[in-house]
Design a protein around this ligand. Structure first.
Ligand code: AKG
Ligand code: FE2
Length: 367
């Protein structure tokens, strides 16, 4: 199954040219909302995000992840729930390891669509870098804290910000198109995203150390944010699940970006658009890429150019517009996005354990 690629150019240029009819733009928006609903994922081409920008970002992150662990741990901020700076390997727990309800659901998937079951925390590292301005007044200060810059990377801020802002812009265009496609106001989602704690959050996986077939770098999970966007990684390995339960290995064409639906979008649409399940596993294609990287003397760190776009922490998550009339809307009670994120972080081990345990007891709220 090939995911369709949506070129955002007509949407972005509609106000400057008369080349595209209103109907064409509407159809494009329907394609976006339909694909997000059916697949939980969408490939887009955004003329503002070039393959060169992506490469510059990947080059810098590869040289960061190549540094010794002791150096990287200087950028660790566990007291801020790792929401800025580095998260070492072996910290983040994939939801499927701790969520019994998710385990039951995944057992019902057909054999060929079974995920690789994680046996412990993810062996991937991650760096979190906040993109965009922060609210001066927020109930969720630690989700909106100051960024961390590693020593010896003078280009860090510029490289992270320039890639990050471009990715947020691409998400904003998709969020507007999806809102139109779902029959909501154009800014129904983007107005909630203003001042959101958007995070450029590349993962770094050491394929030299953990390059064996079947290694699970990110166990089966959904993303807790609104929409996730990834540039192209130099090493494949991402599998996604369509809403019909089919497992698909993602191939991101050069110059394209991959968007995935997160739990906050599921909340806002009362489950019309479910959060996309996914995993990152060493596959035969990853091994081929490892072999060719070795031959070309390239880095064996698999870096993802992931950005998590969020609803602002103080905004309320609840089904919007006609979605509020759905009978299942009661499964999505009003909750501030900040509170929601803290509860989710607790489950995946990024925020205080005791809260993590209590949230599991409280699970009926989170469905
Ligand atoms: O490493 C990747 O490609 C994506 C990892 C992932 O799913 C995540 O960071 O949530
Ligand atoms: Fe993810």
């Amino acid at each position: 199954m090939e995911l369709p690629v949506v070129d955002l150019t007509p949407y972005l240029l509609q106000s400057q040219t008369n080349n595209f009819s209103e109907k064409e733009i509407k159809n494009l928006c329907f394609e976006v909302s339909k694909t997000l609903r059916e697949t939980g994922a969408l490939l887009v081409k955004d003329p503002r995000c070039s393959a060169e920008d992506n490469d510059r970002f990947l080059d810098m992150m590869e040289s960061y992840f190549e540094k010794p662990d002791e150096f990287k741990c200087l950028q660790q901020r566990s007291h801020l729930h790792y929401q800025v700076g580095v998260t070492p390997e072996g910290v983040e727990v994939p939801r499927s390891l701790v969520d019994e309800e998710m385990q039951q659901k995944l057992r019902m998937l057909p054999e060929e669509s079974q995920p690789s079951l994680p046996v412990g925390p993810d062996p991937k590292w991650r760096y979190m870098w906040r993109i965009g301005s922060r609210p001066s007044n927020t109930r969720f200060q630690e989700l909106n804290s100051e960024p961390v810059i590693p020593e010896g990377f003078p280009e860090w801020k510029e490289a992270m910000d320039s890639w990050g802002y471009k990715m947020v812009s691409a998400i904003e265009a998709v969020a507007e198109m999806a809102a139109i496609g779902f029959g909501l106001e154009k800014d129904a989602f983007t107005s909630l995203m203003k001042m959101g704690p958007h995070l450029l959050a590349p993962t770094g996986s050491n394929l030299q150390k953990y390059g064996q077939l079947g290694t699970v770098f990110a166990g089966y999970h959904y993303d807790l944010n609104f929409l996730t966007i990834h540039g192209r990684s130099r090493f494949p390995g991402l599998n996604i699940w369509l809403s019909n339960g089919q497992k698909v290995e993602v191939k991101v064409p050069v110059g394209c970006l991959l968007i995935q639906t997160g739990k906050q979008l599921e909340w806002l649409t009362a489950g019309e658009c479910l959060a996309g399940m996914h995993e990152v596993v060493v596959t035969n294609r990853t091994i081929e890429a490892i072999e060719s990287a070795k031959q070309q003397n390239r880095s064996l760190w698999r870096v993802s150019s992931t950005l998590f776009a969020h609803v602002a922490s103080d905004s309320v998550l609840k089904p919007l517009g006609h979605f509020a009339e759905f009978p299942v809307a009661t499964n999505y009670p009003s909750i501030s996005a900040g509170e929601f994120v803290e509860l989710e972080l607790a489950v995946i081990n990024l925020k205080g354990k005791s809260e993590g345990e209590s949230i599991m007891a409280n699970k009926s709220r989170m469905k």
